[in-house]
Design a protein around this ligand. Structure first.
Ligand code: PBG
Length: 323
């Protein structure tokens, strides 16, 4: 045998020398859930180790993450049912929980990268990502709401705006609103290939944002489709996106790779709530080694071609020095 691939695996030093893929703190984005009130920190039942924070505790959480070198955060609000309406008005009200949270984080930690989620669902009385009329999700009317939301985020100090709604044309629409208002420097990380996935369940528990009727299949993609992701990614790039995101990550590694090979833009992947919950549940049962399973998951997402990973594991992997 001339070729014995095992030679390059014979010691830890050699294995590290030839390692192709690495995950570091710089690649990680930590999603954080926020709730109104003071001194709140409640664990999400289906996401052990993940909490909803009031703004005061959110600031302390951001501080402890930054001490670990984790500097990018994606914020998601849990909104009081009484504040929800058909048009997600609360999403662009100046004193809303979400806008106050963005301002508070950027004021205390100007060097942190704050990513904001643009979508109606946490504020919508229908629990959908668009305006609902006669059971239909209206596309172009929704763009106006998304534009107002994105502008409010930019005014509050957001570094990157992440539309997660999957309406057609929203990246171009938001880019134009931002530019017309002088926010040419605010980036857009588009959820380009976002699938109608079962793996968002725990997130909808965390935010109490599940659709009140039907499902999201007329706007989120069919999990059976790969080529269609290219249509979405190419449109978002042409409309001015700075990052293209694939979501979820683990069942869609082929889609990450496909988009990566088709663009020079950085590709992000969202390792979603249900993917986190699966690992935690198996670990709690003693069925998986937590460190090994978690680092393998994150490494695979990087190997598939993701530059940045949004993951609920971000803090624990740094705190435990697992990388
Ligand atoms: C909604 C949104 C969802 C997630 C991020 N933004 C859920 C959905 O589309 O219903 C899911 C994230 C996760 O599961 O971790 N705009």
């Amino acid at each position: 045998m001339l070729q014995r691939p095992r030679r390059n695996r014979k010691s830890e030093v050699i294995r590290q020398m030839v390692q192709e893929t690495h995950v570091s703190a710089a690649n990680l984005i930590f999603p954080l859930f926020i709730v109104d009130g003071e001194n709140q920190k409640t664990e999400v039942a289906s996401m052990p180790g993940i909490f909803r924070y009031s703004i005061d505790n959110l600031l302390r959480e951001v501080e402890s993450c930054m001490k670990l070198g984790l500097n990018s955060f994606d914020l998601f609000p849990n909104i009081d049912e009484a504040l929800k309406d058909k048009f997600a008005t609360e999403s662009h009200r100046d004193e809303s929980l979400y806008l106050r949270a963005i301002r508070a984080v950027k004021k205390e930690f100007p060097e942190a990268c704050v990513i904001t989620d643009v979508a109606m669902d946490p504020y919508s009385s229908d629990g959908h990502d668009g305006i609902v009329e006669n059971g239909q999700i209206l596309n172009d009317e929704t763009l106006e709401v998304l534009g107002k939301m994105a502008l409010a985020h930019a005014r509050s100090g957001a570094d990157i705006i992440a539309p997660s709604d999957m309406m057609d044309g929203r990246v171009g629409y938001i880019r134009e609103v931002l530019d017309d208002n002088g926010f040419t420097g605010v980036s857009i990380m588009s959820y380009s290939a976002k699938y109608a996935s079962a793996f968002y369940g725990p997130f909808r528990d965390a935010l109490n944002s599940a659709p009140k009727f039907g499902d999201k299949k007329t706007y989120q993609m069919n999990p059976a489709n790969q080529r269609e992701a290219l249509i979405e990614a190419r449109l978002d790039e042409a409309e001015g996106a700075d990052f293209l995101m694939v979501k979820p990550a683990l069942s869609y590694l082929d889609v990450i790779k496909l988009i990566k090979d088709d663009t020079e833009l950085p590709v992000a992947a969202y390792n979603v709530s249900g993917e986190y919950a699966m690992i935690k549940a198996a670990v709690q049962k003693g069925w998986l080694n937590e460190q090994r399973a978690t680092t393998e998951v994150l490494t695979s997402i990087r190997r598939a071609g993701a530059t940045a990973i949004l993951t609920y594991h971000a803090k624990e992997v740094l705190l435990n020095k697992w990388l």
